[in-house]
Design a protein. Structure first.
Length: 255
């Protein structure tokens, strides 16, 4: 009951506070969606869609570890999530983050085969990179922030909210320094937030300070604020690729 209600705080309170903060600062967001939310709290998903946020596939429930599924069951999960998100929100996800970031040997291939253009599962670089799949369709790896992430930092390492905010500010400052040279490559800085954690008032106050620094860098034209899908499309175009718009099969009756 304790952990259920703690998580539920994010759906009932924390997420709405975060969305309000994003609105105040004019920040785009990508919402990682468990499709169970369409039954549990559809109004929250609808609020993200109304903001114009990108919806990213994140399995049906985080209670399910994707990496232990059979290839057939994993294929069915990836396809069914795309179908449900298209049917309920009017947009099929272009990207995917596995529940638990759990991946099988077949996951990259199956993602490409079921119409996903990128994965957030890998945190091995600061730039988006194409990966090879068995079908020949590249799957892009858009960097996921395993460090700028409230779960490993605040929960696992027991970092205070003010220290997590300073981590974001310092990361931004260093990346700006790293990219000032004319020939320096562009870098991706993501921030992973979970509303049941950062939506707590005392942490939200520090998060606001961190995101104000990010918004200030945007206003100074030092950074491009974008969702992972937009970053992926930009990278594909820079490599001479045309982002595909794969069809989404309809949801079977009774699903």
């Amino acid at each position: 009951m304790l952990n259920y209600s703690w998580r539920e705080y994010g759906n009932r309170v924390g997420a709405w506070r975060c969305l309000e903060l994003f609105d105040q600062l004019g920040l785009p967001a990508a919402a990682l969606i468990n499709t169970a939310l369409y039954d549990h709290c559809p109004e929250l998903v609808a609020a993200c869609v109304a903001r114009g946020d990108e919806l990213v596939g994140h399995g049906h429930s985080n209670a399910e570890r994707q990496g232990v599924l059979t290839e057939a069951d994993e294929h069915a999960l990836l396809l069914h999530c795309r179908q449900l998100m298209q049917a309920h929100s009017g947009q099929a996800p272009a990207g995917w983050l596995s529940p638990w970031i759990s991946e099988s040997l077949h996951t990259p291939d199956l993602l490409a085969e079921t119409g996903y253009g990128y994965t957030l599962n890998w945190c091995h670089d600061d730039q988006p990179l194409p990966t090879r799949t068995r079908g020949g369709t590249p799957l892009w790896a858009v960097p996921y922030p395993q460090e700028l992430n409230d779960i490993p930092m605040v929960i696992a390492r027991q970092m205070d909210g003010k220290d997590f905010a300073q981590l974001v500010i310092d990361h931004l400052a260093e990346m700006l320094d790293q990219t000032r040279a004319p020939d320096a490559p562009a870098l991706v800085m993501g921030i992973a937030l979970h509303p049941y954690i950062v939506g707590q008032p005392y942490r939200l106050r520090h998060l606001r300070r961190a995101l104000q620094a990010v918004a200030a860098a945007r206003d100074a034209r030092q950074v491009w604020m974008a969702t992972p899908g937009a970053i992926c499309r930009h990278a594909m175009q820079a490599h001479g690729q045309v982002p595909p718009v794969p069809p989404v099969p309809p949801v079977p009756p009774g699903s």
